[in-house]
Design a protein around this ligand. Structure first.
Ligand code: PTJ
Length: 255
């Protein structure tokens, strides 16, 4: 905008905020999505605003999970669509997963706005838009219970970036493998997912696509070995250790 000088030290971060405000006007982003983003930004400071090495394992496991799944789904909410629509399409193409819109603050207007944005980004098929095909997940209290009967309802693996904890828990209880991205390692989402990625969605999604392209050189058994070797509790502990070590180093404490 006219207010943002190109040489501002936090140019990228402010530009992203301004884009998100525009996305609220366009009905893609829920106003509450702005607050969620702010919380994410705070945690991004703690990790140094780049993908920590300890997150490469979860990213690789997530790519392996999508590649080896029978019916993988990438679930889109307003934040994901607003921040990285093209990267989501690329991930879907690299892994063979389908895209489905699934919203907490659900409205026809928003579903249409997100569909239009995703189509512009190159998406060919988007699930979750056809009322006639709507199924329900009774374990979920929110509007997120409305899912596509040919998508999340029958999926074996669901990628739910930027999530509220309820749905992750319900999907895991249904026996589905759930992959999440959340900058906050302490959130209920991160704690209950099968694979949680503590990183900014804008960095993590392209990294997942790169990992998927690499993993495609292996056969299915080798991909499954990558997946089986992954331990989310261990990854959670490593994520916390990473933040803790980084803060200690910044404070000048000897390690
Ligand atoms: O589009 P809708 O209607 O489905 O609504 C989406 C929101 C995000 C409003 C809804 O799911 C929500 O309220 O989510 P929460 O419970 O605020 O959780 C969002 C989590 O995402 C928080 O724990 C943040 O730390 C994290 N987060 C926010 N922005 C990013 C992020 N993680 C990674 N990358 C980000 N850019």
């Amino acid at each position: 905008s006219e207010f943002l000088p190109k040489d501002h030290p936090r140019y990228e971060s402010i530009r992203m905020r301004e884009h998100l405000v525009d996305m609220v006007d366009a009905k893609v982003l829920a106003p509450e999505g702005l607050i969620a983003h702010g919380r994410g930004e705070a945690f991004d400071y703690l990790i140094g605003e780049k993908t920590p090495d300890c997150v490469l394992g979860p990213i690789r496991a997530a790519a392996a999970a999508l590649l080896t799944a029978e019916r993988p789904i990438i679930s889109l909410n307003g934040n994901a669509a607003a921040l990285c629509p093209e990267a989501m399409v690329e991930l879907a193409e690299a892994t063979g997963a389908k895209l489905e819109i699934n919203l907490f603050y659900r409205s026809r207007e928003r579903i249409e706005a997100i569909t239009k944005l995703m189509e512009k980004a190159g998406a060919r098929e988007i699930l979750g838009t056809d009322e006639a095909r709507q199924g329900q997940i009774p374990e979920i209290g929110s509007e997120r219970k409305r899912v596509d009967s040919e998508g999340i309802l029958i999926a074996d693996t669901v990628f739910v970036p930027l999530e509220d904890g309820d749905r992750t828990e319900a999907l895991v209880k249904m026996g589905k493998r759930v992959i999440t991205i959340d900058l906050n390692p302490l959130s209920r989402t991160s704690r209950t997912a099968s694979i949680s990625i503590m990183d900014h969605i804008v960095r993590a999604v392209p990294a997942m696509t790169r990992a998927a392209i690499e993993l495609k050189k292996l056969n299915k058994t080798e991909c499954l070995t990558v997946l089986d070797g992954f331990d989310n509790d261990k990854a959670f502990a490593e994520a916390l250790r990473f933040i803790s070590a980084r803060l200690k180093a910044l404070a000048g404490d000897a390690s």
